[in-house]
Design a binder for this molecule. Structure first.
Ligand code: SAH
Length: 398
């Protein structure tokens, strides 16, 4: 099988040879003629030497996403099957299937299938096709998932902005195979129960990447009162309650999310009377607490990404500092700050610096006791810094 060729500018092969999966448009010296968007191409260096093979889309700022660096590997259904099989095996060997049945099965670039997300929620799968290149593989992906995982149904949630950047005009959602999922799918995460709304929920329905950080919070929660800011459907709240927190206050601006926190508390036999669920803007809520001199033993701060472009970094940094300062101010001496950022553009070191500035602005000292990235089912190749997007720091506030 021969493929059309993309020729790189001189020296632009270096990152690819290290294993980075993206060819940016500025790196391309010569585009091929008449290649269908989404088709497989070979990437050659300026000397004409093979560097990588991937899918092509001239309309994207990333015209090639790498599928393999092995010249002998053909991109066909068998290739897709082997990549998905490898991703499934990784999860089956590292995630206890008896206590957890909600996890990411395929994490795009990090699993060698750029643009493809597959999440498992009990007997159902939810998929996202982020790019034209994986859109082309749609039928194969669905066949392979049915063959290897036998789900009851596969639901699509390709309502993602990245498709627009790839020149795709449609954002399909809905059933693509098997049976309709129920309104709420009940899943288990380390034995905690959660109801997932795959139709209307955020992303594919749940933030699976925080699993290990939620479990860490459980170990720090006994007899503490906990405020969970940006709680969504109560992931951190349920684990704090399982860790015997005296009270957990959950705050999110989304009323449907707050309704699900109450549902999830009951599902785990906790009483929403003891653990208040509040639909409010976190910034207003923190201001109110400050005015009322209300403090907490532990505050979790897990906001949505504040920054999506390089240009917005300074402004987002200020916003993270301000938010963390407000949280730190409300934590009793000796209490715990759990703070996360899922902005890819804010790297690990910068996030420590943000917490340093927040502590200093609040006139407090913070000792970091744990620092984590995203959970194991969201692996990040060392050659792909964009894959290390989630940072979560646990700090004692003095
Ligand atoms: N910690 C959660 C995930 C948080 S996602 C978990 O473990 O599942 C971010 C959440 O912030 C979303 O639910 C969104 O509705 C909420 N949000 C965004 N802006 C907000 C604001 N200003 N005030 C309160 N909640 C907000």
């Amino acid at each position: 099988m021969t493929y059309q060729q993309v020729i790189l500018r001189r020296g632009k092969e270096r990152r690819l040879l290290e294993g980075h999966p993206w060819v940016f448009s500025g790196a391309v010296g010569q585009h091929p003629d008449g290649v269908e968007p989404g088709a497989t191409v070979d990437v050659l260096d300026a000397e004409g030497v093979f560097v990588a093979r991937g899918y092509y889309n001239a309309a994207s700022s990333i015209p090639v996403r790498v599928l393999t660096r092995n010249l002998g590997e053909t991109i066909d259904a068998n290739f897709v099957r082997e990549r998905i099989r490898r991703a499934i095996d990784l999860r089956r060997s590292w995630i206890d299937q008896k206590t957890t049945n909600a996890y990411r099965v395929v994490h795009g670039e990090s699993d060698g299938l750029p643009g493809l997300i597959v999440d498992r929620y009990a007997d159902f799968l939810v998929v996202q096709f982020h790019t034209l290149g994986v859109e082309v593989m749609r039928d194969t992906v669905v066949d392979v998932l049915n063959e290897l995982m036998s789900p009851t149904g596969i639901w699509e949630r390709s309502d993602v902005g990245t498709r627009r950047a790839d020149g795709l005009a449609e954002f399909p959602t809905g059933l693509i195979s098997g049976d309709e999922p129920p309104d709420l799918i009940e899943v288990s995460e380390n034995r905690a129960l959660f109801a997932i709304d795959v139709r209307r929920g955020q992303k594919t329905g749940f933030f699976l990447d925080q699993r290990e950080n939620r479990q860490t919070l459980q170990t720090f929660s006994r007899d503490r009162d906990v405020l969970n800011c940006f709680c969504y459907t109560g992931g951190f709240s349920i684990f704090a309650a399982r860790g015997k927190a005296s009270m957990v206050v959950s705050v999110d601006v989304s009323q449907p999310a707050i309704d699900l926190v109450e549902h999830n508390l009951r599902l785990n036999r906790f009483d929403p009377e003891t653990h208040p669920c509040i639909a409010a803007n976190v910034f207003d809520y923190l201001k109110e607490c400050k005015a009322n001199k209300q403090t907490f033993d532990c505050i979790v701060v897990d906001p949505p990404a504040f920054v999506k472009t390089q240009r917005a970094i300074p402004q987002a940094t200020r916003a993270y500092i301000s938010l963390n300062r407000k949280a730190v101010e409300l934590i009793r001496p000796g209490g715990l700050l759990v703070t996360a950022s899922c902005s890819t553009q804010i790297d690990y070191e910068s996030f420590f610096t943000i917490v340093k500035h927040a502590a200093s602005a609040a006139g407090r000292a913070v000792q970091i006791v744990k620092s984590h990235l995203q959970a194991i089912d969201h692996p990040a190749p060392v050659s792909f810094p964009e894959g290390r997007y989630l940072k979560c720091l646990f700090g004692i506030v003095h």
